[in-house]
Design a protein around this ligand. Structure first.
Ligand SMILES: [Fe+2]
Ligand SMILES: [Fe+2]
Length: 190
């Protein structure tokens, strides 16, 4: 990986570089409110639900850290995590498998920006895999009444904390490319 790519890695960057922002400059966020294309509006809705999922899990982790109730954490967090993992994985598959290739054809100039978003998906996928394994380990520790359930809860909590920043970064950067592209170019032009 080149130095430039590395500086743009999801874990490091604080936004998209200017060369990928021409779409958002042409259709800035303050115009995303009314009469958005249906697909663009749905995209934003999906992203809002992932932000909500993450915030909900962050809240459960904070409660756990305050009250140390591993059984309550288990009861609430495991179903929330399962749903989050399933929906986010499905969302990324549709984006990388269906929409991104379409967008590359519609606006070849944004190809490198789409490459960046695809790399984000790979990075997030690794985290989702770790969250799945850690969630399973916590679940098994609680149901098996293992003495290290609290350790497993802490490990899972750290992963959930660590997922927040890169996930939110990706959602925002993706929107800056995808929403104006759909709105300005349309998905059915090709
Ligand atoms: Fe994405
Ligand atoms: Fe997305």
């Amino acid at each position: 990986m080149s130095e430039t790519d590395d500086a743009l890695a999801l874990a490091k960057r604080s936004g998209l570089p200017s060369e990928f922002l021409y779409l958002r400059d042409a259709f800035p966020r303050d115009r995303w409110t009314a009469k958005l294309d249906e697909t663009a509006a749905f995209w934003l809705q999906m992203h809002a639900s992932f932000r909500g999922h993450q915030a909900h899990m962050d809240g459960l982790v904070s409660q756990w850290r305050a009250n140390g109730d591993a059984a309550a954490l288990h009861r609430q967090l495991i179903p929330a995590l399962q749903s989050f993992l399933q929906h986010l994985d499905g969302h990324h598959r549709v984006e990388s498998g269906r929409y991104f290739p379409m967008m590359r054809r519609i606006d070849p100039k944004i190809g490198a920006g789409i490459d960046l978003l695809d790399r984000d998906h790979d990075a997030i996928h690794e985290t989702l895999e770790a969250l799945f394994q850690s969630g399973l380990a916590f679940h098994q520790a609680v149901t098996g009444k293992a003495p290290d359930a609290a350790d497993k809860a802490n490990r899972l909590s750290d992963l959930i904390d660590g997922n927040a920043r890169p996930l939110l970064r990706h959602l925002e950067d993706e929107e800056d490319i995808v929403i104006p592209l759909i709105q300005l170019r349309g998905l059915h032009r090709i």
